[in-house]
Design a protein around this ligand. Structure first.
Ligand code: IPD
Ligand code: CA
Length: 269
């Protein structure tokens, strides 16, 4: 069966359609009630809506792009015979979703031959649609995103997040305790995908987190990069190995150096 072209512009459009379509699936399903269960720990939540939205996304791709691969948080997977892999989180920020806190998103990233070339992140609660393709800049709907303001590290508002295992969380909290007096302030908003988009949109000055999974950052990291941000790991490591950092180019060097000084990449027990 033939497939549509794999150019980044076309893939971005599909990612946008999938992210906003799945957001509508989430809104509709949630109106009938949310059944919560746990995954890796008692604080790592999943709902029937996460699973339903992921199934909808997998079905859409199986119909329209049957030879592409899929890597999705709640277990849907497909091998790729085209070099294209869709990296999907049906709800990033599930705890916020369960609480009704309006900061959770569908995240759809698209890799071609191992490189993310397009992505879209849709905030389910307010419909905001962030999107990008490689070399095309980052957008919030039609608006071009240009990254954070220029601010010294001592004034920077920094987003972060925590994993779900208690020992790791204690070590992550130690890093934040040492960081807090050296930056402007800290935010823990609860969705890594939206955190990365917030740096792209200048709503956060910087962001870092250890232990993200590919579906958490695939789309958001591209959107932040395309907004002109530096998205990197620590000590020359790739992103998410284990730390993901995003900041404007003026702040990034100093911020990365501070995170390295604080051993933000040494939170695994
Ligand atoms: C989580 C969120 C959270 C981050 C966690 C992620 P989930 O994803 O992105 O902000 O701190 O590391 O696991 O579980 O809501 O899909
Ligand atoms: Ca999720």
């Amino acid at each position: 069966m033939s497939q549509p072209a794999n150019d980044p512009v076309a893939l971005e459009q599909i990612a946008m359609t999938l992210a906003s379509g799945a957001a509508e699936v989430v809104r509709t399903a949630a109106a009938s009630g949310v059944e919560v269960s746990t995954k890796t720990t008692a604080t790592d939540l999943v709902t029937q809506v996460d699973k339903l939205a992921e199934r909808w996304l997998a079905d859409q791709l199986a119909t329209t792009r049957p030879r592409d691969g899929l890597l999705a948080e709640e277990g849907h997977g497909m091998r790729s015979s085209t070099g294209v892999v869709w990296v999907i989180d049906p709800i990033d920020g599930t705890v916020n979703f369960v609480l009704g806190l309006p900061q959770y998103a569908v995240s759809v990233g698209v890799e071609v031959d191992g490189e993310v070339v397009a992505g879209a992140v849709c905030n389910v609660a307010n419909g905001e649609l962030f999107h990008a393709h490689a070399g095309g800049g980052a957008h919030l709907a039609e608006q071009v995103l240009t990254g954070p303001r220029s601010v010294p590290l001592s004034g920077a508002v920094v987003g972060t997040g925590f994993g779900y295992e208690a020992g790791r969380r204690a070590r992550q909290a130690g890093v934040v305790a040492a960081l807090l007096p050296r930056v402007g302030d800290i935010r823990r908003l609860g969705s890594a995908a939206l955190d990365l988009c917030a740096v792209a949109a200048g709503r956060l000055d910087a962001y870092f987190e250890s232990g993200l999974n590919p579906w958490d950052y695939a789309a958001g990291a591209l959107i932040a990069r395309e907004a002109g941000c530096v998205v990197t790991g620590l000590r020359g490591a790739p992103i998410a190995a284990p730390v993901t950092v995003a900041a404007g180019p003026a702040l990034a060097g100093e911020f990365v150096a501070l995170l390295e000084e604080l051993d933000a990449d040494r939170v695994d027990g």
